[in-house]
Every structure is written in structure tokens, then in C-alpha cells.
Design a protein around this ligand. Structure first.
Ligand SMILES: [Zn+2]
Length: 272
């Protein structure tokens, strides 16, 4: 039912052709076995163990052709940031929702913005306290990083139920620790690579080519080009009949579209 990790390693050549490789992620073979799929390939396929590690939702059973599955989770990392109020305006103008993955250490300096976002009807998740390559940390350091972020988020009224590991770097122990803190871990299927300081047009194109039902889009609120690209991305998605929802709404939509017969018909992942 689950794709064994071994298989991903064997298909690295194919995956490398399919996914744009992040230049910031360490790709030497010594580390590749320890990093998650998203960290080594740039994005995760639509497969439970890679996209939402440790979840009991079997994405292989989700019928993405159902009307209820026509949702996209827009995730915006690395805030709180001065761009966030503008992003809120754009989302509101398009009837769209997003999930902001906040870095705990940035919350004190952007306290009012974080509170504004938390109260806006969008979702706020944890992106750790200090944005480390988290699987390099010792267990006690991991626990400190998640617990500190939890406190920082609580100071703006957020009890996060979603965790986004920096660089997509996660292992089973980290996903389990996140669960212990009440959070499910989620990676992404569509990477804007906006951190490369590319213009809004390239950011829009990278997202739009992966804008399909069930997509989880990764963007960053720290880049002006991302904010500039956002309206066109939302408009293209809406043209395709897609609704932009929070992670929690995305998960509910995926669960409602579970069709167990699908796993029997298509035992292999149907799409990336
Ligand atoms: Zn980040």
C-alpha cells in the first residue's frame, strides 16, 4: 500500500527530471538517505509517507476527480513578516485561504502582524523556533525547538495543529515528536522556489504547472516577488475550478474524498 522508501531511491533519476532540485538542500549521497523526500527532491509526491508522514490518511485512496477534492492548500513559510497584511488583503480579495508557517523566534518583533493573521480566518502552523536543519539536532534540542515555537505561537493565541519542518527536513522521530505536540507534519507538492530571488513571473509559472486538485503549494512571505505573483496564481487556480483552503480544510477535503476501491484499482501512486 505504501511506497517503500527504497523505491524512491531507485527512481532518483526519474525524480530528478520531474522535480526541480533546491540548491540549498544538501544532496550528497551520504546525507540523502537521512533527509526526507521533499528535502532531497524539492517536493514530495502525493503519497502519504512523503507528504504527510505518519498520517493515517491514505492518499492513494483519495479520488482527486471528485468535486470535493478540487482544493489547493497554499502554505506560506518563514513569517511572521511585514508582507503578511498585504498577503491577507490579496487572499481576502480572491476569497482564498492559506496556512502561514511561522518561525517562533520572529513572533516577538512582528507580534501585532502575527495576531492579525491568527485572527483572520487563515491558519497558522509551526515552522520551529529557529529554523534549523532539524534532524541534525539532538533529541533534547528538537524538543526545545518545538516547545519554544509552541510558546511563541501561544503568545498570539495560536495552538498549531500543523508542523512544517524547515527545508522539508524530517525523519520518523521528528514527525512523532510533532504529533506529541499535537501537530501533523506536512511537506509540499509544488515549490515556488521563491527563495531563489526570481521574479514574479517565474514564481507564478513554477506553481501554475503543478496547480492540480490536492496540491500543497510552498511559498514564502519574506519575498516581495511572491506577493506580486500571488494574485495571478489565485486567479489561475480559480479558472481551473480549484478552491484555496487552509491545511485543516485540505485534510478534511482529502478525507471526504477517500474511495477505498481506488487503492485496489491503482496500487501504485497515480500521480506525483
Ligand atoms: Zn522555512
Amino acid at each position: 500500500m505504501m511506497t517503500p522508501f527504497r523505491r524512491s531511491v531507485l527512481s532518483v533519476g526519474l525524480a530528478a527530471a520531474l522535480f526541480a532540485l533546491p540548491v540549498s538542500a544538501p544532496l550528497d549521497s551520504a546525507m540523502a538517505g537521512q533527509r526526507s523526500y521533499a528535502a532531497t527532491h524539492g517536493a514530495a509526491p502525493f503519497v502519504t509517507q512523503h507528504l504527510i508522514p505518519g498520517s493515517n490518511l491514505d492518499l492513494a485512496q483519495v479520488d482527486l476527480t471528485l468535486p470535493g477534492a478540487k482544493v489547493v492548500a497554499l502554505t506560506i513559510d518563514d513569517g511572521p513578516d511585514g508582507h503578511d497584511p498585504h498577503i491577507l488583503d490579496i487572499l481576502r480579495a480572491h476569497g482564498a485561504k492559506a496556512t502561514f508557517f511561522y518561525i517562533g523566534a520572529k513572533i516577538p518583533e512582528h507580534h501585532d502582524i502575527a495576531k492579525l493573521v491568527a485572527a483572520s480566518g487563515n491558519e497558522v502552523g509551526s515552522h520551529t523556533q529557529t529554523h534549523p536543519m532539524t534532524t541534525d539536532l539532538k533529541p533534547a534540542e528538537r524538543e526545545w525547538n518545538l516547545a519554544q515555537a509552541e510558546k511563541a505561537l501561544a503568545s498570539v493565541g495560536v495552538m498549531a495543529t500543523w508542523f512544517r519542518p524547515p527545508y522539508g527536513d524530517v525523519d520518523d522521530a521528528l514527525a512523532a515528536l510533532a504529533r506529541h505536540h499535537g501537530m501533523a507534519t506536512v511537506l509540499w507538492t509544488a515549490d515556488s522556489q521563491d527563495w531563489k530571488d526570481t521574479g514574479p513571473d517565474i514564481i507564478r509559472r513554477r506553481i501554475v504547472e503543478r496547480l492540480v486538485p490536492g496540491a500543497v503549494v510552498l511559498m514564502h512571505s519574506t519575498k516581495a516577488a511572491t506577493v506580486a505573483a500571488l494574485p495571478a496564481i489565485l486567479e489561475e487556480g480559480q479558472k481551473r475550478g480549484l478552491r484555496f483552503v487552509t491545511m485543516t480544510e485540505w485534510e478534511a477535503a482529502m478525507r471526504q474524498s477517500v474511495t477505498p476501491e481506488l487503492a485496489l484499482l491503482h496500487p501504485a501512486p497515480r500521480r506525483r
